[in-house]
Write a protein that binds this ligand. Structure first.
Ligand code: CIZ
Ligand code: SF4
Length: 298
């Protein structure tokens, strides 16, 4: 069986498998660690294995390589990218920085290494609030997710410029989707990811990262939940809370890129040691400063 072969190769090659919460259930189940970007970057930093197989999208595997340069980091699905990360470029950011030299650049980890390298600090959805509040008295630019930045800007009235990037999966949500689901499940708590638009977030009982949503569902007395993030999260939610019901806010909440990794890609990644992530050392070192500051502040 593919699963047995994966486990055999993993041991033989001294590899560790990391998987994001948005991966297919069977990929999550074969991983040594399942988590969000923050959890997985911490694991990658401390990993002792020779090979890291990163089941997620390319900016996540890049982050692992930035933090763990001596490991071979493999992305099983070669073209698993993130459209949001592509909504900003080094050139555009440099131009902005020239015009606004005093703004602190706060960079969502959903970005590529060359953009991180030009930033002051990185954040993930689980620590964005804490880190942005650390810089609350400064002028800031938040890249590249407009919605997450706008949510915090609105909440704390910050002096923060927002980049016009977005996640194709979360940005699609409209208020009507929430109202329809609430009418169907009136007792359910509504938990939504901050990559959704502000008007949608205002209808939520809780706004937070995937890790935050998992914590909230566990701690809550409610028995039913409407979940506004990528549907992969339903797997750990149901595993951890067998007595509770979870409904995805909209059937289109599927990230095509996260779903490019199946067990076949994981097996081939281990067998052929593909597809290896490489980053120019000068860029890696600069990007690492922004990630190190994030890990220190979170
Ligand atoms: O930070 C991450 O892992 C992402 C992309 C979503 C979330 O909230 O966990
Ligand atoms: Fe990018 Fe959105 Fe997919 Fe996350 S869910 S990888 S932000 S497109």
């Amino acid at each position: 069986m593919l699963k047995d072969e994966i486990l055999r190769l993993k041991q033989a090659k001294d590899a560790v498998i990391l998987a994001h919460f948005y991966q297919y259930p069977e990929v999550q189940d074969i991983a040594d660690y399942v988590g969000d970007s923050l959890d997985l970057s911490r694991v990658a930093e401390k990993a002792s294995a020779k090979i890291i197989v990163f089941c997620g999208v390319n900016f996540m595997a890049e982050t692992a390589k930035i933090l763990s340069p001596d490991k071979k980091v493999l992305l099983p699905a070669k073209d698993a990218g993130c459209p949001m990360a592509m909504m900003i470029s080094k050139t555009k950011l440099l131009k902005y920085k020239e015009q606004h030299p005093n703004r602190k650049v706060i960079c969502y980890v959903n970005s590529y290494a060359d953009v991180k390298a030009l930033s002051d600090v990185c954040v993930t959805s689980s620590n964005a609030e804490k880190i942005i509040m650390h810089f609350k008295d400064e002028k800031m630019l938040y890249i590249p997710d407009y919605n997450l930045g706008n949510y915090l800007k609105d909440r704390y009235q910050l002096d923060i410029d927002l980049w016009p990037g977005h996640c194709l999966v979360h940005n699609r949500l409209v208020e009507e989707d929430v109202l329809k689901m609430k009418a169907l499940y009136p007792k359910a708590e509504v938990l939504i990811h901050p990559e959704a638009p502000l008007a949608v977030l205002k209808l939520a009982d809780y706004v937070g990262s995937t890790r935050g949503i998992l914590n909230r569902a566990k701690a809550s007395c409610a028995k039913e939940f409407i979940i506004g993030t990528e549907e992969g999260i339903l797997h750990p939610l149901r595993k951890e809370n067998p007595d509770k019901e979870f409904y995805v806010l909209h059937p289109s909440m599927v990230c095509r890129n996260m779903k490019k990794t199946t067990l076949k890609e994981v097996y081939e990644a281990l067998l052929n040691e593909q597809y290896e992530i490489t980053i120019e050392e000068e860029i890696r070192l600069k990007a690492k400063q922004a990630l190190d500051l994030m890990l220190e502040l979170s």
